[in-house]
Design a protein around this ligand. Structure first.
Ligand code: ATP
Length: 343
């Protein structure tokens, strides 16, 4: 069998720092993978005038998976003031409709809920990633008209495919799926719920419930243990997955995958974190766990499990933590501790 080919997009800010650590772990856990690196992001825009050159996008389609660091820098913007977000372009151009954001608490002391959280936070946010409230983001606004609108777009096909994907995820876990919407106020969300309830009939083994987004935010903090899999639209998923990441130690602990029918991108859920870039203290765990998700997707589940076990064992030692978790480890030392557990 030919080795899997991985496109590596380190990107901006702490992206190259954490991707470098993920590659160290991948080389140890799955030595047969082959890598090729591409320049994409705000840095590439400054070099070539395009954060995602068309030639690069075509090349990326030929790889088995894409491993991405983080993209965008606050000081590098389009003339209309918006930041460069080639990671969003990738989701839309490669039709990566299913955003998977697992949220798992490795150690209760890393949670702001501490005493109540032992063993209780293990959930998966499935974020629709090609439509929803992000769908109109590239439409040119006309501020001179005195009104700028963003449309929350839900199509039946778009809703069906992400909801089915979420039910399939629930089947592999604790068999509970929560739809998060705003069906009491927004017609698009009432439609989303209608599609959800239709598809729920295909999955009688899964307990399906519906929750308004405001209540979901409350319950995530008060009773995170009640959630197994959550499925929601693009913007709600963006917000709630950061909130959930906060419950398990912050963005440095939150991996993610954006998956379509043919392509998939794996990246830490965090951004380029310019406030800590270049200091050598970024938490590499989110990137390393994203690499494990990539191995799962490639069918190398044994290697993926080994990485997660190594992270779990390393984090049992209180001194093995970067400053975001209250520790003093540098990025490389954190990875060294994980590599030691891998061997
Ligand atoms: P984006 O909009 O691109 O998602 P953001 O502006 O929401 O990005 P992040 O770049 O994710 O923000 O950073 C949010 C906060 O989390 C910052 O204080 C940042 O330093 C911190 N942070 C993010 N990633 C890490 C990491 N890997 N290790 C430590 N701290 C991190």
């Amino acid at each position: 069998m030919r080795p899997h080919r991985i496109a590596v997009l380190p990107g901006d800010g702490i992206g190259p720092e954490v991707v470098g650590e993920a590659l160290r772990v991948l080389r140890a856990a799955a030595p047969s993978l082959v890598y090729e690196e591409f320049s994409v992001g705000a840095g590439e825009y400054l070099r070539s005038g395009d954060p995602l050159p068309p030639g690069v996008l075509d090349r990326l389609r030929q790889f088995d998976a894409i491993l991405l660091g983080a993209m965008g820098l606050p000081g590098v913007r389009w003339p209309n003031g918006l930041e460069m977000t080639p990671q969003l372009d990738l989701r839309e151009r490669l039709d990566l409709y299913c955003g998977l954001r697992p949220v798992y608490l490795f150690h209760p002391l890393d949670s702001p809920l501490r005493d109540r959280a032992a063993g209780s936070i293990d959930l998966l946010v499935v974020r629709e990633s090609t439509e929803g409230l992000f769908s109109a983001r590239l439409r040119p606004p006309d501020p001179a008209s005195g009104c700028v609108e963003d449309i929350l777009r839900i199509t039946r096909a778009g809703a069906e495919r992400v909801i089915r994907a979420a039910f399939r995820q629930a089947l592999r876990r604790r068999k509970k799926l929560t739809l998060v919407d705003k069906a009491n106020v927004l017609p698009s969300m009432a439609f989303f719920r209608q599609v959800f309830l239709e598809i729920a009939e295909e999955f009688p083994q899964v307990t399906a419930e519906c929750l308004y987004v405001d209540a979901a935010a409350l319950f995530l903090v008060l009773q995170p243990e009640r959630f197994d899999v959550i499925v929601t639209e693009n913007m709600f998923g963006d917000i709630l997955s950061d909130l959930a990441a906060g419950l398990v130690g912050g963005m440095g602990m939150a991996p993610s995958a954006d998956i379509g029918e043919r392509h998939a991108v794996f990246q830490p859920a965090h951004g380029s974190a310019p406030d800590i870039a270049g200091q050598g203290f970024a938490d590499p765990v989110a990137a390393i766990l994203s690499a494990a998700m990539m191995l799962d997707w490639l069918g190398e589940n044994g290697a993926a499990d080994k990485i997660r076990q190594a992270v779990r064992r390393a984090l049992r030692q209180r001194t093995v933590r970067t400053p975001d978790l209250g520790g003093r480890c540098r990025t490389t030392a954190m990875t060294d501790a994980i590599l030691a557990e891998l061997k």
